[in-house]
Design a protein around this ligand. Structure first.
Ligand SMILES: C[S@@+](CC[C@H](N)C(=O)[O-])C[C@H]1O[C@@H](n2cnc3c(N)ncnc32)[C@H](O)[C@@H]1O
Length: 232
């Protein structure tokens, strides 16, 4: 029964997200704040927030602010939620925004939001970078992040590549979250059928000696990445 209720909850927020997108694309939304929808359920967002708060405490112990990176921002709703609730963090988001083009190898199918509109909605204290993560990553080579949320192309090979490009950019013991990792929920079941998607990649990560899963909620899985294996 719980499964049915959860599935209904996911369905209704997916419907709302889809309606916001349609309104936006038909020019129906004028106030930038109204585009701030998120692709995460409440449970997933609060799970990610708890991880970020924990990262803030670790960063504070080192006398600095935490640094969060989201790969695949869409309309910015998740960053907005986290920014409101984790005030000791610097936020960066990377997305193709309006430059996104449909491709056979990219699972993301519907049109995206314009970078300038998302920037206006999130405010100037969030750094948004427009581009494909596989091209942008090199420009961040000197930076380190405490929490990274990978939520862009959900094809297995893309998720693997996204993580490989993220790994050198992590503070020791950083957290990396992946969305759409479930085996049996909408729309993840399609990614599993296709090539295994984020579910298959995160199953492999569970066997990686440098990583351990710190949180699993709905379709979200978060791993601590500690190459030395001492932080577990
Ligand atoms: C599922 S949405 C992200 C949802 C968002 N994280 C949230 O919580 O609301 C996926 C986004 O990834 C972006 N995207 C897809 N492939 C990408 C790539 N290679 N590099 C950067 N962004 C990409 C798409 O433009 C789309 O906005």
């Amino acid at each position: 029964m719980a499964g049915v209720l959860e599935a209904k909850a996911i369905r209704s927020y997916l419907d709302e997200l889809s309606k916001t997108r349609q309104d936006y694309q038909s020019g129906g939304l004028r106030d930038p704040k109204t585009i701030l929808c998120s692709d995460l359920t409440d449970g997933e967002r609060f799970g990610l927030l708890a991880v970020l708060r924990e990262a803030e405490r670790r960063a504070e112990a080192e006398g600095r602010r935490a640094r969060y990176l989201e790969i695949g921002v869409l309309a910015g709703g998740t960053i907005h939620f986290l920014k409101q609730n984790a005030q000791k963090t610097e936020f960066t988001g990377v997305d193709l925004f309006e430059d996104w083009q449909p491709e056979e190898t990219n699972t993301h199918m519907s049109g995206s939001f314009r970078a300038a509109d998302v920037q206006a909605a999130l405010g100037d204290d969030v750094r948004l970078i427009k581009g494909a993560w596989e091209s942008v990553a090199a420009s961040l080579a000197e930076e380190r992040f405490d929490v990274v949320f990978i939520d862009a192309n959900h094809a297995y090979a893309a998720v693997r590549q996204d993580f490989e490009l993220v790994r050198p950019l992590l503070h020791p013991g950083a957290s990396v979250g992946f969305h759409n990792c479930s085996f049996d929920r909408e729309p993840d079941i399609l990614y599993v059928d296709d090539d295994g998607g984020p579910w298959k990649f995160t199953q492999e990560l569970r066997r990686d000696s440098g990583c351990w899963m710190e949180l699993e909620r709905d379709r979200l899985r978060v791993f601590r990445v500690d190459e030395t294996g001492t932080d577990r």
